[in-house]
Write a protein that binds this ligand. Structure first.
Ligand SMILES: CC(C)(COP(=O)(O)OP(=O)(O)OC[C@H]1O[C@@H](n2cnc3c(N)ncnc32)[C@H](O)[C@@H]1OP(=O)(O)O)[C@@H](O)C(=O)NCCC(=O)NCCS
Length: 173
């Protein structure tokens, strides 16, 4: 099974939408965005995520493809404001359960780091992750992210509060 990591094309938006909605449904603790809210998003919004990535317009979305089917994704977003344009945020990381534990998540994050390093503007990537999501924390640590803090009771999901771990990866000059 050949793995390809690349930005999705506009015409692949429905595939991306299907996988993203599935991941929001089955991994509610992994994302601040909820399945119910995303269900109402109009088609143009889904397409705009891909369009903005293709234009490197404050985001890059990468997908993992196996035989032309999307099996995972990660997005980095940033703002071009003068004081913060050196910081990228890693969001929307997921791999379809049938394809987990095969190195795909790691490849996605490594490719995102490589893409960001190709722009001279970035000095760091940051992210937050639910403190009990040890799989994701292990993955981020395996590519060099470090835990730098914790926010308590940041997410409220199905009647329970969850803490977030903050992580960052500083690019060495
Ligand atoms: C977290 C996630 C993206 C990992 O993807 P993956 O493709 O399975 O990860 P990889 O196979 O590339 O594993 C890379 C490293 O992650 C860690 N890891 C992944 N799955 C793990 C597990 N089940 N138990 C412990 N560590 C795990 C390990 O350190 C692993 O390195 P190793 O295989 O050398 O031990 C995947 O589990 C997922 O989609 N989870 C649900 C969504 C989610 O939590 N997203 C993160 C939001 S912050």
């Amino acid at each position: 099974m050949a793995l390809e990591i690349r930005k999705p094309k506009i015409e692949e938006w429905e595939q991306y939408k299907a996988l993203r909605l599935e991941s929001l449904k089955i991994f509610p603790l992994a994302f601040a965005t909820s399945y119910e809210e995303s269900l109402n998003d109009v088609d143009e919004k889904w397409m705009s995520y891909i369009k903005s990535s293709l234009e490197n317009k404050e985001s890059i979305m990468l997908c993992a493809f196996i035989e032309n089917r999307i099996v995972g994704s990660v997005t980095v977003i940033w703002s071009n404001r003068i004081k913060t344009k050196h910081v990228a945020n890693l969001v929307g990381m997921f791999v379809n359960p049938d394809y987990q534990r095969q190195g795909i998540g790691k490849e996605l994050v490594l490719k995102a780091i490589e893409e960001l390093k190709a722009f001279s503007q970035f000095k760091k990537i940051k992210l937050d992750v639910v403190s009990k999501n040890y799989k994701a924390i292990n993955l981020y640590e395996s590519v060099g992210f470090e835990k730098v803090g914790e926010l308590h009771k940041e997410l409220f999901i199905d009647g329970q509060f969850y803490d977030l771990v903050l992580m960052e990866l500083i690019f060495k000059d």
